[in-house]
Design a protein around this ligand. Sequence first.
Ligand SMILES: Cc1cc2nc3c(=O)[nH]c(=O)nc-3n(C[C@H](O)[C@H](O)[C@H](O)COP(=O)(O)O)c2cc1C
Length: 213
Amino acid sequence: MTDTTSMKHQTLLTSGDFTAADEPFALFEAWLNEAIKSEPNDPNAMALATVDQDGLPDVRMVLMKGFDSEGFVFYSHIASQKGRELAANPKAALLFHWKSLRRQVRIRGNVTPVTDAEADAYFATRPKQAQIGAWASKQSQPLESRFAFEQAIAKVAAKHVIGEVPRPPGWSGWRITPVRIEFWHDRPFRLHDRIEFRRDAAGHPWSKTRMYP
Ligand SMILES: Cc1cc2nc3c(=O)[nH]c(=O)nc-3n(C[C@H](O)[C@H](O)[C@H](O)COP(=O)(O)O)c2cc1C
């Protein structure tokens, strides 16, 4: 029988090598793949921080639905609080925290809307109930009662009993193109490892710095 406890321990030990990485995206992918195996749910959940027009920070969880060397993508409602904040100030910070691995990844960068084709393609993969919910929700607006929401859902559902649900015009995605990505891994006695990758802008080379914990 395989001893999964000692295997997990081994993975955590050997992953100390992460400080040797010279580029952040492959390292992020390796950590995400480990998180997919060890997190109880939503290994792709990330905190998304934005600022409002007074400069007051705002933060909430969203699901990362794709990433590549261009950046990290999530989807939401354009007229939501976050959508309005990003329209006014298209910069954001992201934070992944994988408790099961005792790791965090901290990301900062500029934000651009995804293309309509990208948003359409992702929307088409969502379960029909979630597609209907996207039409029925006026995200971040006051809601009089749960019943009112259920009525709105029933109305949209009745309209789309047959056929595909198109993407609502007010629903899309954003891409955070990082200029900083920091990897943090717990070590005993709070002597944690931190490695920060920085670049001046997308397409520029990354520099890497080890930081005091
Ligand atoms: C684990 C988790 C994942 C979430 N994923 C999303 C998401 O991908 N998109 C989204 O619009 N809201 C998501 N939410 C809800 C948001 O946290 C938030 O409540 C909502 O988007 C409204 O935020 P806003 O008023 O700042 O715009 C998620 C919540 C949790 C706890």
